[in-house]
Design a protein around this ligand. Structure first.
Ligand SMILES: [Zn+2]
Length: 241
């Protein structure tokens, strides 16, 4: 699979929370996460950020390993507490898509008890993650449904979340992810015009040979994806790329 610009699209994993005590719909336990990263490592994969993955394609130029991008949506504090140390055990990196208007806040964009009321990363945690090499991407300012906003309001969320995060972290923010996976026809163009290099959708990888770099497909992972299925995904991906 390639982008319209001819860039190879590596496999992209898509997580939310990592916590010992959660609904399997919302994420994985630290033990599950560690087992999944172990499978990836044993299969010869290097877990990395979306930006690094898209720039380098098939293989990590330093380690020679196959690349898999690891991404997290929403920027939950458990990513810092549980996911980051496990990523470090394996020498892996990841991208975390954060909400620039909810830094240090809680998930309050839904009434669903599985998702509502969880603490989000604060500014020092985001700076530390960034300094460790993790990528902080934008997930808009307030987790809005971009398919329901006027063009002006959508542009505001897309443009200003980028500048807010760049101001906070002092590095360019190149990756974007659509809240609820929602967008309409003009939205990917707004994302590109705002200066992002990559947009991650929630669409699963298909057999389509070409995708937009603003709508990159991914493989969602939750606690409902048991280890044998993760293993078969990994082995199949190693073969098919
Ligand atoms: Zn989200």
């Amino acid at each position: 699979m390639k982008t319209e610009e001819g860039k190879f699209v590596p496999p992209i994993l898509y997580y939310h929370r990592v916590d010992p005590d959660l609904s399997p719909h919302a994420g994985v336990t630290p033990d599950q996460f560690r087992s999944q990263l172990s499978i990836l490592k044993q299969a010869g994969f290097q877990g990395t950020t979306l930006d690094f993955a898209m720039k380098n394609g098939h293989t990590d130029p330093v380690t020679g390993k196959k690349i898999v991008a690891i991404t997290f949506d929403d920027g939950y504090q458990d990513n810092y507490r549980y996911a980051m140390p496990i990523l470090q055990e394996f020498g892996f990196l990841a991208t975390i898509f954060c909400l620039s208007g909810k830094i240090g806040g809680i998930s309050d964009w839904t009434e669903d008890p599985i998702w509502k009321g969880h603490p989000l990363l604060d500014a020092p945690q985001m700076r530390e993650l960034s300094s460790l090499g993790l990528e902080i991407g934008s997930h808009t300012r307030t987790h809005v449904d971009l398919s329901r906003l006027s063009s002006t309001d959508a542009r505001d969320e897309i443009v200003h979340s980028k500048s807010d995060l760049e101001e906070l972290l002092g590095v360019p923010v190149r990756s974007f992810c659509y809240p609820f996976g929602a967008y309409r026809e003009e939205t990917p163009t707004l994302v590109r015009s705002a200066g992002y290099s990559w947009g991650r959708s929630v669409t699963r990888r298909s057999l389509a040979p070409v995708v937009s770099s603003m709508l990159l497909p991914c493989r969602p992972v939750s606690g409902r994806m048991f280890l044998p299925r993760f293993l078969s995904w990994t082995l199949l991906t190693r073969i098919t790329g």
